[in-house]
Every structure is written in structure tokens, then in C-alpha cells.
Design a protein around this ligand. Structure first.
Ligand code: NOJ
Length: 566
């Protein structure tokens, strides 16, 4: 598939005009390396697998890829438990494979963003092993958060904090002290009050910048700094899948200030990003920082992208908004207001490796989706036909909006959540730490189908796959959708190409009224976008059809359908 961009790619060229930088409008495709493409045949995707398939992403029309972690790791949390930040895990290849992948991506005009995991390391990291071997109060322990326990003999955790994955956030070591882990016990939290930790991460940033990466997606960017004294805190009953302050799928994110937990969104984190921003600005080529900050409301998220901090922050409020016109309109307004107030672009996202895929999620209600994942025993399982139809419509709306959009691998194929994974293959620590009460995130991480009739649908030549692919996934395979006009793949390709052609990412939104309460209608960049979230058809306004997420009915726009008109 050819890559039909006309502008030459020059990642190290002089800076663009302010306001026109690449990341303000970029469509960034998330690669989950374990599940993208496996060149070695061991059933786990790898860097050479990515390199071999990059042409298909260029053909799709993405501006950048973001890779979830591929660093040395015992894989207790699928690589978000890093043992060596400056090397590639043999599962995924070598540093030379990384360089080759980056060079190929740049040849194809695709920028490369890597994941940085600064809140915690793996317990196999050299520093943590040194901390375990050293006594209480040592320099080695001070790189992490070790404390004496409560209770007469220190037999109780130092405070009541719970891990995002379930269970206590503290684990005791043989000499009686406890260490903090906001995630799995194999992921000890760093002590960011320690200058040594800060300097180490500056070096890690330099290491990857020198290898020509175009930016970093920063994991748990709302974590890192903890309130003085580590006070007790009891969170609301339901958090998002990553422990954010919002209940997944609650319509309309609250605009009232939340009381932040003493481990999220502490003021001190911003000083760290200011230091990182200065470092990145010293490199040519508009390198970026993108925050994974599960905080709300949106004006608070915008603090991460003030002019001297990061460039982008994920818009999880948008991801959590149901397929409902008034909720969508208000989250779009709130996003544009909040981010433009600090001079940053809004971002838009519907799926990632931590949430139920939107082709399933949009056919669920708030009651059956509580940030716990979806599995065979979830009440009211989603109708796949309704889910896909809504997903296509939601994507068509998202890709028209001004700002930068994130796409998660496989959504361009219309992949649903893999709901029926057998219990014994599940690997998410959430599943284990809650004794199977929460399904967790395996269902959105199943390896991609590339070719309908190849072993493992082309994911791996040997037919191996670290999570089993559902037996009906041949129908979603890329080769069956390539060039097929009504396929989801062609819908994405057309949307991305027309988005560029009409300069959609840069425009503003003008709301159009008069279509009824179930319709989101707007004009941006000379294009009229109408999304019908209801069940009944509505009359289409004037204009030539540029894109339709499902076939139109004469001059009517059917339910769960979005159209772009010139
Ligand atoms: C957010 C990542 O997206 C998720 O996959 C991971 O488990 C946690 N951070 C902990 O690193």
C-alpha cells in the first residue's frame, strides 16, 4: 500500500510556525507490541514484527505510532514493570531492532513515541534489588518508598492505601519494613522527592531522544509525587479501570473540583515535567510529552499541558462519555475550552489497552461496565452489531474534531472485546489480585488478525498467540477488509485521508442546531459533521457526502450513523 503524503518528512527540521506543530493535529496509532505482529514465532509480538508491518500503517495514514513498553521486564504487568529502562526485552528483540524500526518508520513519515514508566519500576530493577539488600534508612531504600509499619510491632501497613489492581498498596519485606506499590506488588513506587531518581530519568529521556524518538507517552503522569506524611485515604467506590477519579461511563464528567487522593495529582509533579520539557526543547524536531493523567475535571487535566509542561494529555473524559448527543456535545465543548485556555490542542481517544474496546463498550450501559472489564459472566453482554455500528459512528465523529486523535491497534478493523477468554488464559494482574472478581484488560489485548486464512490469522507464522484469538476473528482480518469499500478499515483510511485534505484537526467547532436532541451536528474546517446517536433516521442537510459511517437511506441519516458533508 503506498503512502500518499506529499510533504517531505524531516523529523529534525526547524520548528514549525507556532500553532501549526505536527502534534496539534496528529493521528497517533497505539501499538501494543505483544499483540501487533510476531516475527519470531513465539506467540508474542515483537519489534521486527512491527517493522515488517509498518507499511500498512503508512497506508492507513497515521502520523505517529506510540509503542507500549518493550523494555527489559519480567512482564508481570505486560511490560509496565520495567527492569531496565535503556534496553529491549529479548521477547521483543534488541536495541538494533528498535533502531531499525524507528528508521523505517521515519522513512514512511511516521513519528515514533515510546512509553515511559516513571511512577514505578519492576521489583527486578537493579535499584530495587539493592534496596532489598540494604538496611532501613539506607540510600538504596530512599530511591523507593519504604516505611515502618503501623501497629505495636509494625505488623500493619503504614496507611490504608489500596492498589489500583486491588488489595493493599503495601508489601512487607523480611526485615519488617513495607514498600509502597500503587499497582502490583512487583511494581514498587519510586521516591520522586529524591534528586537521584530525577537525574536518572533525565538520563533515560536523553538515551531515547538520542535514538531519535519523537516523544514519550508518560505512564501514570498524575502519580509520582505523594502527599507529605502519606495520609490515609478512602477512594470512592468505583474508579475507572486505572483508578481515575471518574466512574467509567458516568454521563458528563463532573465539573466540580474533586478532593484529590494523596497519591494522585499532587502539585509537585508539575515541576518534574517542567524540567523534562526544557530537556526536550533542547532537541531539534518537536519532540513531545503526552500525559496519561486520569484526573478530572478537564481544566485540571489541562494543567499537565500548560505551555512549559507537556504537549498533550489523554482526554479520558471523552473516552468515558456514552454515545449520547447531549453528553458528547458538552464533553467536546468542555475539552476545547479547557485545553485552549492553556494554548494546547485537545486530544480525543475511544480505546486503549486498559479499557473495553469501544466496538463493545458503546453497546453496554453504565450498570454493566464499572471499570472492571467484560467477561462471560458480565450481565447484559453487548450486541456486536449495535456495538460496531456505534463504534464506526463514534470514530467518524472523533476524527473530525480539532486536535489530535489516538487510535488503538485493531479498532481500525472494528475488533470487539474478546469476552469469552477462558479463565486459565487470563494474565492481567487485576484478575489475580481480585480473585477473578474483575476481569481486567486481557479482552482488549488479544493479538491482531492480519490474514483470514493464515495460522493465528497472520499474527504469527507458527500459529502461536499469547492470548487465544476468538474463532470468529477471521471475519475481521485486515486482508478481507483491504480495498472493500464499506469495511471498517476503509472507513478509517478514508477518514484519515480526508481529515488531512480538509485540514480538520486545526479548525474550530461551530455547533449546528435544529436536528433534535439525539443529534450532534457541527461545522469544522468547511465540513459539516452530523452524528445521529438515536434510533430513528433524520433528514440530511444539503451537501455532498464525503464520508458515512454506515450506508445512508436515500436523503436520510439512519440511527447510530455519522456523516461528513462538504
Ligand atoms: C497505565 C498503563 O496504561 C497500564 O497498562 C498499567 O498497568 C498502569 N499504568 C501501571 O503502569
Amino acid at each position: 500500500m503506498s503512502n500518499d503524503r506529499d510533504e517531505a518528512f524531516a523529523p529534525t527540521s526547524a520548528a514549525s510556525t507556532p500553532g501549526q506543530e505536527w502534534w496539534r493535529t496528529a493521528v497517533i496509532y497505539q501499538i501494543y507490541p505483544r499483540s501487533f505482529a510476531d516475527a519470531s514465532g513465539d506467540g508474542i509480538g515483537d519489534l521486527p514484527g512491527i517493522t515488517a508491518r509498518l507499511d500498512s500503517l503508512a497506508g492507513l495514514g497515521v502520523d505517529a505510532i506510540w509503542l507500549s513498553p518493550f523494555y527489559t521486564s519480567p512482564q508481570k504487568d505486560a511490560g509496565y514493570d520495567v527492569a531496565d529502562y535503556c534496553d529491549v526485552d529479548p521477547l521483543f528483540g534488541t536495541l538494533a531492532d528498535f533502531d531499525e524500526m524507528t528508521a523505517r518508520a521515519h522513512e514512511l513519515d511516521i513519528r515514533v513515541i515510546v512509553d515511559l514508566v516513571p511512577n514505578h519500576s519492576s521489583d527486578q530493577h537493579r535499584w530495587f534489588q539493592e534496596a532489598l539488600a540494604a538496611p532501613a534508612g539506607s540510600v538504596e531504600r530512599d530511591r523507593y518508598i519504604f516505611r515502618d509499619g503501623a501497629g505495636a510491632d509494625g505488623e500493619l501497613p503504614p496507611n490504608n492505601w489500596q492498589s489500583v489492581f486491588g488489595g493493599p498498596a503495601w508489601t512487607r519485606v523480611p526485615d519488617g519494613q513495607w514498600y509502597l506499590h500503587l499497582f502490583d506488588s512487583s511494581q514498587p513506587d519510586f521516591n520522586w522527592d529524591n534528586r537521584i531518581v530525577r537525574d536518572e530519568f533525565l538520563d533515560i529521556l536523553r538515551f531515547w531522544l538520542d535514538r531519535e524518538v519523537d516523544g514519550f507517552r508518560v505512564d501514570v503522569a498524575h502519580g509520582m509525587i505523594k502527599a507529605d506524611g502519606l495520609p490515609d485515604y478512602t477512594p470512592p467506590a468505583e474508579g475507572g479501570s486505572m483508578g481515575g477519579g471518574t466512574a467509567t461511563l458516568e454521563p458528563g464528567i463532573s465539573d466540580e473540583a474533586n478532593d484529590d487522593p494523596p497519591y494522585w495529582a499532587q502539585e509537585g509533579v508539575h515541576e518534574i515535567y517542567r524540567e523534562w520539557r526544557k530537556l526536550l526543547d533542547g532537541y531539534a524536531g518537536e519532540r513531545i510529552l503526552a500525559a496519561e493523567a486520569w484526573v478530572d475535571p478537564l481544566p485540571k487535566v489541562a494543567k499537565w499541558v500548560r505551555p512549559d509542561e507537556m504537549h498533550q494529555a489523554f482526554n479520558f473524559a471523552y473516552l468515558e462519555t456514552p454515545w449520547e448527543a447531549s453528553a458528547l456535545r458538552s464533553v467536546i465543548d468542555n475539552s476545547l475550552d479547557a485545553f485552549s485556555a492553556v494554548g494546547a490542542p485537545s486530544t480525543w481517544v475511544l480505546s486503549n489497552h486498559d479499557v473495553v474496546r469501544h466496538a463493545s463498550r458503546l453497546a453496554l450501559t453504565a450498570e454493566n461496565l464499572q471499570g472492571h472489564g467484560v467477561g462471560p459472566k458480565t450481565p447484559g453482554l453487548p450486541d456486536p452489531v449495535v456495538g460496531l455500528r456505534r463504534a464506526r459512528a463514534a470514530t467518524a465523529l472523533m476524527l473530525a474534531l480539532p486536535g489530535s486523535a489516538y487510535i488503538y491497534q485493531g479498532e481500525e478493523l472494528g475488533l470487539p472485546e474478546a469476552i469469552n477468554l477462558p479463565d486459565e488464559v487470563r494474565q492481567d494482574p487485576t484478575w489475580f489480585r481480585t480473585n477473578g472478581e474483575r476481569y481486567g484488560r486481557d479482552g482488549c489485548r488479544v493479538p491482531l488478525p492480519w490474514e483470514a486464512s493464515a495460522p493465528a490469522y497472520g499474527f504469527s507464522e507458527t500459529g502461536a498467540s499469547w492470548l487465544p484469538q476468538p474463532t470468529d476473528w477471521a471475519t475481521y482480518a485486515r486482508d478481507l477488509q483491504n480495498g472493500v469499500p464499506d469495511s471498517t478499515l476503509e472507513l478509517y483510511r478514508s477518514a484519515l485521508h480526508q481529515r488531512r485534505e480538509h485540514g480538520l484537526g486545526l479548525g474550530e467547532v461551530e455547533w449546528l442546531d435544529g436536528f433534535g436532541p439525539e443529534v450532534v451536528a457541527l461545522r469544522t474546517g468547511g465540513v459539516t459533521v452530523v452524528a445521529n446517536t438515536g434510533a430513528d433516521p433524520i433528514a440530511l442537510p444539503e451537501g455532498a457526502v464525503l464520508l458515512a459511517s454506515s450506508p445512508l437511506e436515500g436523503n436520510d441519516l439512519p440511527g447510530d450513523t455519522t456523516v461528513w458533508l462538504s
